[in-house]
Design a protein around this ligand. Structure first.
Ligand SMILES: CC(C)(COP(=O)(O)OP(=O)(O)OC[C@H]1O[C@@H](n2cnc3c(N)ncnc32)[C@H](O)[C@@H]1OP(=O)(O)O)[C@@H](O)C(=O)NCCC(=O)NCCS
Length: 151
């Protein structure tokens, strides 16, 4: 049985650690994890948390004011390719659109680029390096298409 629900920052840590921090000397917690407007979603497969992602209100000047950043998108290896990451993002996008947000953006690893492009994210600018992790792309998705984004 598959269930998507809101989870706490602390609940994301085990999946983040396994998927995003293995052999990488970076903290498992993010600045903003417990901020008032941050929320975290998890996909549970037979009551086991297998996919996580975090959504944080941001003020990146490259985008409009009504924006959120996606961080810590991760599915445990054994549960990949089953549509869980996509399901979680579709749910998050619906929640953000209900809050009248205009843009969801993220710094995406090159290895996950296709995942985001399939969900209609667009590339902004040139790829860049993040120390200890590698090449990244700044990606964004316009929400609420009927609202004209201000960038
Ligand atoms: C990227 C990631 C979160 C995707 O999660 P997932 O639950 O396996 O994704 P889904 O099964 O919902 O995939 C949705 C679609 O994207 C494709 N896809 C998923 N990950 C992909 C990848 N790394 N490269 C290419 N395509 C990918 C799937 O094949 C599927 O395509 P389809 O709709 O045509 O069938 C997962 O692979 C992961 O945790 N990767 C390692 C950590 C990582 O890179 N996170 C992103 C950091 S920016």
């Amino acid at each position: 049985m598959i269930e998507i629900k809101e989870i706490s920052a602390v609940q994301t840590y085990a999946v983040r650690l396994e998927v995003l921090r293995k052999g990488i000397d970076l903290p498992v917690h993010f600045v903003g994890d417990t901020a008032k407007n941050t929320f975290h979603l998890g996909v549970f497969e037979d009551n086991v948390l297998v996919t996580v992602a975090s959504f944080m209100k941001t003020t990146n000047l490259l985008f409009s004011k009504e924006q959120y950043q996606l961080r810590g998108m991760a599915t445990l290896p054994a549960s990949r390719g089953k549509g869980y990451g996509k399901k979680l993002l579709v749910e998050a996008i619906m929640l953000l659109e209900n809050k009248q947000l205009e843009v969801l953006w993220c710094n995406a690893r090159e290895t996950a680029l296709t995942f985001y492009l399939k969900l209609d994210f667009q590339i902004k600018g040139e790829p860049f390096e993040i120390k200890n992790i590698g090449k990244h792309f700044l990606l964004y998705k316009v929400l609420n298409q009927k609202i004209q984004p201000t960038f």
